[in-house]
Design a protein around this ligand. Structure first.
Ligand SMILES: N[C@@H](CCC[C@H](N)C(=O)O)C(=O)O
Length: 267
């Protein structure tokens, strides 16, 4: 049996599994346990490694078994679990996308409001040529993991005559991005608010993304001149971002809720 904890951040859901239990089956476990109809279901698994000296390291596997550098929401879910189970209120995680620090701001039952230091996002305006679609203008953003951000002004977030989910998949899996990319469709609502939709590498449309929130916010701040403190509204809820300048680390504040814990049968 494999012990797991399930948590979500604005509907972006994760299983948390101790690295020691993975026995090198990370990808297979992710594909199996994240399946919505035949298993527990989740957008990804965070494997939590406890290193000497009390350090933590996170490895994130998407639902399709691919490994990503990190997840902003997933990291927060693990921080919420460590707050609930071990009373930790500040946790530093190593990830393949850089160090991330989480601080519990508020706790209400199983829900934790957490502020995370998300590193310095890098925003690079880019126009790509997509077969059958044409030129798509946007920005590549490195938020520890890769993102392509498009600005839209349609009610339904469609762009280039395609639903955002369809265009998102084309961009996410385009060979133009050697390692694939997450895709965000961003609408600037005011100087203080953006709304966005997310097509994630390795799992498709999700209701929220922590790194996607950072990528969307940083692109809107750097390229559209909105405020350096923003509310970013996704389908699953809002998060707050603060980015004092283009060279500064971004702070991300949002909720994470512990749903359940249990034991899964082995593969
Ligand atoms: N939902 C996540 C991002 C998860 C990783 C992503 N799918 C990738 O492959 O980079 C978040 O909250 O950041």
């Amino acid at each position: 049996m494999i012990s797991f904890v399930k948590a979500h951040a604005c509907g972006n859901d994760f299983l948390v599994i101790e690295e020691a239990a993975a026995e090198r089956n990370h990808a297979a476990l992710a594909r199996k346990l994240c399946s919505r109809n035949t298993s527990i279901g989740a957008d990804g698994i965070e494997f939590l490694e406890r290193r000497a000296g009390g350090d933590f390291f996170l490895r994130l596997f998407n639902a399709d078994g691919s490994e990503a550098e990190l997840s902003g929401n997933g990291t927060r879910c693990v921080a919420a679990w460590l707050a609930k189970s071990e009373g930790l209120t500040e946790v530093v995680f190593g990830t393949h996308g850089g160090v991330r620090t989480c601080r519990v701001v508020e706790a209400t039952g199983p829900t934790y409001l957490i502020e995370s230091g998300m590193g310095v996002p890098r925003v690079m305006p880019r126009t790509i040529e997509l077969p059958g679609v044409g030129e798509v203008a946007g920005a590549m953003v490195n938020a520890g993991n890769p993102h392509f951000v498009l600005f839209v002004d349609t009610d339904d977030f469609s762009a280039h005559g395609l639903a955002w989910q369809e265009l998102g998949e084309k961009i996410s899996t385009s060979p133009l991005f050697k390692f694939g990319t997450n895709v965000e469709f961003v609408k600037v609502l005011s100087d203080a608010e953006i709304a966005f939709r997310i097509y994630e590498r390795g799992c498709g449309p999700t209701t929220s993304s922590g790194t996607g929130t950072c990528a969307s916010s940083s692109a809107a701040m750097a390229l559209r001149g909105v405020n350096r403190e923003l509310t970013a509204i996704a389908q699953g809820g809002s998060q707050r971002t603060v980015w004092p300048s283009n060279d500064a680390p971004m702070l991300l504040t949002g909720p994470a809720e512990i749903i359940c814990m249990g034991e899964a049968f082995e593969l």
